[in-house]
Design a protein around this ligand. Sequence first.
Ligand code: ADP
Length: 462
Amino acid sequence: MENTNSRKLGLEVIKEVPWGTHLCFFYDSIDDYFDIIKPYIKTGLENNEFCSWIIPKALEKEKAFEILQTAIPNLDCYQRKRQIEILQYSEFYLNKERFDRDAVIANWGDKLDKALSAGFDGLRAEGDLSWVGMNRWRLVKDYEFEIGNIIFNKKFLVICSYPLKKIGASEIIDIIENHQFALIRRNEKWIYAKSFVDMMDKLLEIQNHIRRENIELIKQEALKNTLFNVSSHELKTPLTSIKGYTQMLIKEQFGIINAQQKEILNVLKRNTEHLDSIINNYLSLVQLQAGTMKFMVEKIPLKSLIENTMDIMYPLADSKKIKIDVRLADGLPPLGIDVDKIKQVLINIIGNAIKFSPEGTSININVKKKNEYILFEIQDFGLGIPKNEHGKIFDMFFQSESIRNKNIKGSGLGLSISKAIVEAHGGRIWVDSKIGKGSKFSFTLPIKPVKAPKINLIKSLH
Ligand code: ADP
């Protein structure tokens, strides 16, 4: 089968190249220049490519057309078919005498789009850079570097040509470095061609190496996910019974207990809750990465949601003598949500507020209606978060520099998972915080529930 990625170049030294190749060539005389241009453009036209030709500064368009026509007698047919355009450097590269790299690159992009939508196989370009003087050298060098990156993987071939007489040795090295393939044509002879074959060999070697490493990584990832899934579920089942029985013991359902026993049971309860929230976050991480997170939406009065959550959070706050003040506005409607997941969000945020606050401080929780949403605000008076980190704390595995050496434990998962869950419900989450003063985490949930909460992986998992 024909390889559609490979294009005939029309040159005797290099027969074929893949789409996305960026070549340069240096010519001595204008005859040397046309020795390359004629077969290059002819081959492009014959192979249904759109040809864009930016001619040398010293040439007139009519003259350029005439010379090219000696190799392509039916050039005017191609021109009528709008398969070729011939441009002066000033029309293409300059805008009011200014060379604007991004505008030129965008222009190439437009040309490629137009060529493809007009039914051509791709874009074959030739840009002569004889107009570039020393004052613009750096700009053009950056542009050449960028072009190589941009055309990679696109149906785009480009040759950039330079007159040997106008450039020095160091510019030649700059140019060769920025192209995949360099040619020199002098006195009607090929002098030099940077070895494409050598480079392809090297590239293939690197590609194979990367492929092998990728397979290894995928295997490890699959194993890790399986282990996480199995162990998380196996840990959760016994944990649920420990939690249940501890709760029943505390409530004296199996008989009266003394104060010391009660205190021990409360420690046990706190620790199992903590373990439970760590396992929940790890399970969510695996599900988010695998795209298998499922939501079970049910209607719940906000009062029950908050009470259920605070049941877990109060003992944790008590252990640090932190007072939590909860204010729930009157008359709030019930919410249609995945209760366990939103509870997980609240536990993560309130847990952080407790974790990052000194003993004896307080935390305020406010739940109220705001337009079509319920707004949850959790305000602490703890360590606070530096402004430059506000945008990062919702990233997976992010932990603030300022807490790293404070011996505060954490995984850097809670907030990123909370963000994914809130956004899946159609809400938003954000933070206001000042270092040393405290933090206020806020999130919204729509009163009218989204039909099927869905994880937006790209947006939620950075
Ligand atoms: P973890 O708490 O497990 O480290 P999170 O994703 O919950 O992970 O939080 C990420 C980081 O954001 C924390 O490590 C901490 O640096 C910062 N952070 C979160 N909540 C607070 C808070 N209430 N006060 C100060 N810093 C916080």
